[in-house]
Design a protein around this ligand. Structure first.
Ligand SMILES: Nc1ncnc2c1ncn2[C@@H]1O[C@H](COP(=O)(O)OP(=O)(O)OP(=O)(O)O)[C@@H](O)[C@H]1O
Ligand SMILES: [Mg+2]
Length: 234
């Protein structure tokens, strides 16, 4: 479903350059939940952001479904990105818009008619268990509720892939468990392929089928999540 072939990314800095990801090849089967772990600075976020070309690799190819994203025009890429949702540690909600409007925005950009938007907002909010918060502003929500809104927003355009960058790192253990349940439910209900960057081995053990361990921009190995038993935090 998601394939990276020999992707590399080098950042140019005032003093020289930094190779954040080097020659990474990774295949993630459709409908699976895949973890990416590794120390701070290992290149996890850079790798994740290359999947939807938020970060364009200097070399290598990115495939999502049948499409090679690295071969698309700007317009085709905008279209293709609608099937790739993303959530973040800090939620990235628009603070001066209500929960409904936050979820609506991506659909407005995609030209979805209002009636359909309203129906989708209701469906997505119900899915994450927040139908009573539609007219609330994000500042009035708990961290776990904000992440649920972010998930609802990511679901609005009916994604095939969901990219998650440390989605539970700002949450307490119980809220983390709740959010992981929501993500598992997304995977099972809609068949969405999920990539999760995390520092937390428990996240991996709880919902990932396989996990890729990164070190200094490269993949050390990819193993079944249950093979991690006995290892400490990344
Ligand atoms: N926009 C950027 N410009 C320059 N350097 C960057 C940029 N983004 C990341 N880097 C560098 O690339 C390397 C990999 O960063 P990345 O954010 O991918 O790591 P990470 O594994 O996600 O780390 P963390 O666990 O701290 O989030 C780091 O050395 C980082 O400083
Ligand atoms: Mg990161």
């Amino acid at each position: 479903m998601v394939s990276l072939e020999y992707v590399s990314k080098t950042y140019r800095l005032p003093k020289g350059q930094l190779e954040a990801v080097r020659d990474v090849t990774l295949h993630i089967p459709k409908g699976t939940i895949h973890g990416i772990i590794g120390a701070s600075g290992a290149g996890k976020s850079t790798l994740l952001r290359m999947v939807n070309l938020l970060e364009r690799p200097d070399r290598g190819k990115v495939f999502v479904g049948e499409q090679e994203l690295t071969a698309l025009s700007a317009r085709q890429l905008r279209e293709a990105r609608r099937s790739i949702g993303m959530i973040f540690q800090q939620y990235n909600l628009v603070l001066n818009r209500t929960v409904s409007r936050n979820i609506s925005m991506a659909m407005e950009l995609a030209g979805v008619p209002k009636r359909e938007r309203l129906a989708r907002i209701e469906e997505c909010l119900k899915f994450v268990g927040l139908e009573d918060k539609a007219e609330q502003y994000p500042s009035r929500l708990s961290g776990g509720q904000k992440q649920r809104v972010a998930i609802a927003r990511a679901l609005a355009n009916g994604p095939k892939v969901l990219l998650c960058d440390e989605p539970t790192s700002a949450l307490d253990p119980q809220t983390t468990a709740d959010i992981l349940e929501v993500l598992r439910h997304v995977n099972q209900t809609y068949g969405v392929t999920i990539l999760i960057v995390t520092h937390d081995m428990n996240v991996v053990k709880k919902i990932c089928r396989r996990v890729t361990i990164m070190e200094q921009g490269q993949i050390v190995r990819t193993v079944a999540a249950d093979e991690l038993e006995g290892m400490g935090d990344a």
